[in-house]
Design a protein around this ligand. Sequence first.
Ligand code: NAD
Length: 433
Amino acid sequence: MTNQIDTFEMLQMQLEKDANKIDVFEVAQIQLKKAANKMNLDPNILARLKEPERVLMVSIPVKMDNGAVKVFTGFRSQYNTARGPAKGGVRYHPDVTLDEVKALSAWMTWKCAVAGIPYGGAKGGVICNPKEMSEGELERLSRRYIFEISSIIGPRQDIPAPDVYTNPKIMGWYIDTYNKITNSADYSTITGKPIDLWGSEGRGEATARGLSYIVEEAAKHLNINPSGATAAVQGYGNAGSISAKLLSEQGYKIIAVSDSKGGAYNPQGIDPLQILDHKNKTGSVRNFPNTEFISNEDLLELECDVLVPAALEEVITKKNAKDIKAKIIAEAANGPVTPEADDILYQRGVFIIPDILANSGGVTVSYFEWVQGLCGYFWSEDKVNRRLKKLMVKAFGETLKVAQRAKVDNRTAAYIYALSKVAKAMEVRGIWP
Ligand code: NAD
């Protein structure tokens, strides 16, 4: 009885939270419709693309360390599978909502098409706070979540991977659970796995590495010389910290970084590896020697050449868009800029590299991991990175061509490029009414 009340209360709390939040799925739909209008997309295809093909909501009972059972809520959204199996990460966060998962699954669909890899799009999420859970609790939650969604995933159906607050260790629990349920030793139902469980070389750095290749192309296009140019990074997890490292290797001076507890600023530059070490020891980038505190909001408004939002959605809105001073915004995070902010930034000449292009390196190397797993034949890191660069440079070039030809912002261009591929696949399948 207590558990049922807990679940009901959680759902009520969820609904209240949703009411106070800008609807992120609506953002995804606005972006879709904007591109569909520009390219005169067949209305029948648009009608099909406005909602996910399938959404599964599961409740996940977990025995906590104190002996009580807590029931968590989880989701899996499979947005579109015209171009291949559904593909996307799983997010563990207290603010996960169904709408967020749906939006993220839509973005995965367009991202896989932009990157030119043979997947549709999916996303999963569990409403939980992993920071307050023991490793044992997290393992039981992870194994039970995969059990609950096991009927709709598989190497040719839907392939989960890491996202915010999930990591290779959790992917190891996922694949082990899935292997036990299906009595199989397939390597390809989960990507982002540990190397010892047939993960791919280069997967850990892939999102940021892909972003760094694309920033390199954008800088060439805009005549920015990375030596002496500056960058600021919001969010210092997998995508953010490795982006900072790789941009610094290209010559950028990293002037500020932040995490959920706040940021650190030094106009003379911050060593990205030393501050990561400090975060690993203290739990935050804050109070790193020779830096001043900077809030997440102020970091976004710093004068810099490249701004990398690498945390959560909707951090650049109509409120702060006019105050953004970066020349390039490279969206490591999914959905960091709202549509209203997009328009303001485009008018102001800020060069946005949209999420579905900028962070597509992660899913691209997940695709390489899947291919390697299906073949049981594994590549060197060098081969992975060379193949990644080829796809990223192509995706950037094609997006830029559309932007110039159709005279639209880069996000709309990436959408047009992606949507034309998804629409073509739907047409030749004949799966729309
Ligand atoms: P992560 O869990 O490794 O790191 C998240 C970081 O964001 C942490 O440093 C955390 O402290 C910080 N953060 C959380 N809330 C914040 C807040 N309110 N303000 C500022 N910082 C905050 O996650 P990640 O994998 O690096 O993912 C970050 C973003 O990149 C997400 O939007 C994710 O969807 C996107 N992304 C990740 C990958 C990937 O392969 N990791 C691929 C594509 C997109």
